[in-house]
Design a protein around this ligand. Sequence first.
Ligand SMILES: NC(=O)c1ccc[n+]([C@@H]2O[C@H](COP(=O)([O-])OP(=O)(O)OC[C@H]3O[C@@H](n4cnc5c(N)ncnc54)[C@H](OP(=O)(O)O)[C@@H]3O)[C@@H](O)[C@H]2O)c1
Length: 313
Amino acid sequence: MTQKDKPLITIVGVLGKQGRSAARTLLQSGRYRVRGLTRRIDSPEALELAEQGAELVRLPLALGYKKEWVEAFRGSEGVFMMTPAIVPPATHEMELGKQLADAAVEAGVRHVIFSSLENVDKITEGKMFAPHFTDKAKIEEYIRTLPVTSSFIYMAFFYTNLIEFYPPRMEGDTLVFPIYLPKDFRAPFVDPLTATGPAVLEIFSNPGQYAGESLPVIGEMISPQEMVDTFTRVTGKKAAYSSAFTREGLLHHFPEFGSNEMLVREILGMVGYAVEYGYFRKDRHLLWSRQINPNSLSWEQFLRTIGTGAIGQ
Ligand SMILES: NC(=O)c1ccc[n+]([C@@H]2O[C@H](COP(=O)([O-])OP(=O)(O)OC[C@H]3O[C@@H](n4cnc5c(N)ncnc54)[C@H](OP(=O)(O)O)[C@@H]3O)[C@@H](O)[C@H]2O)c1
């Protein structure tokens, strides 16, 4: 197959964790051409992807670009789309997702994969507030009404949250991990940088099999205490769990969140939902991502992959 005969997949958010993973895996498969949308077309990450063969288009993930998205999606067999974290009080995630999906349909795309999540509002009958879950579910509902084959992946909590958003701090000789879940509560976690791609490749490769499916992507079910113990075993560093599960715990560790009450409510709503109802609906196929990708990283493998010095500098 010559390069130009390969089906083209366009990736929205191509420099994000999910997007980079999808781009790398699709390119490495040798079966697809990849186009990616980013504002940071000259960044080192963008240049690296371009070197691997991706075509990059300079476009932001913001409202008001539908016409440009239609152009960018043209000629694509598939689109892998995600919506970025929208920090409250901004609330445009749903509108953004709908516009992206509309643009894909208008461009004649055959298969859309959207990175969705559960409808927390519906599952909890309005008791828990987690709009960045529910809005994705509403985008999914909308996409299902469109004349296009669609499939959905549901990413577990990212391992990277413990580095990127809730980083540990040294207290005396101990690295303290402020974690937003109760100490012994096992939750689904995943490495988005290595797990997204295999899921996306599998689905684009078998559109008939996965049409209309919503599939969780999980590395490991693990509790905060197990994560901390594993960290100590892998790195030899003394470490401890500290709760950021309650409002007091969260604001004690991250006082900066205190200036955004909506964000605090959203974080507490999300973790309250995960603990009380389970992160994934009970009927989801929790083993799927491991079956199609036996190399999914456990937390321990993730720590070994990023290097033992990467956390707690
Ligand atoms: N953290 C978790 O545990 C978790 C679990 C499940 C799902 N999720 C969801 O995953 C998504 C994040 O995925 P990710 O980490 O792969 O992506 P990401 O790195 O947050 O974002 C992907 C791309 O989106 C663009 N972007 C980000 N914020 C933007 C903004 N405010 N305005 C315009 N463009 C923006 C950036 O593109 P440029 O290249 O143009 O800069 C970025 O590279 C969120 O929707 C989150 O809710 C997270």
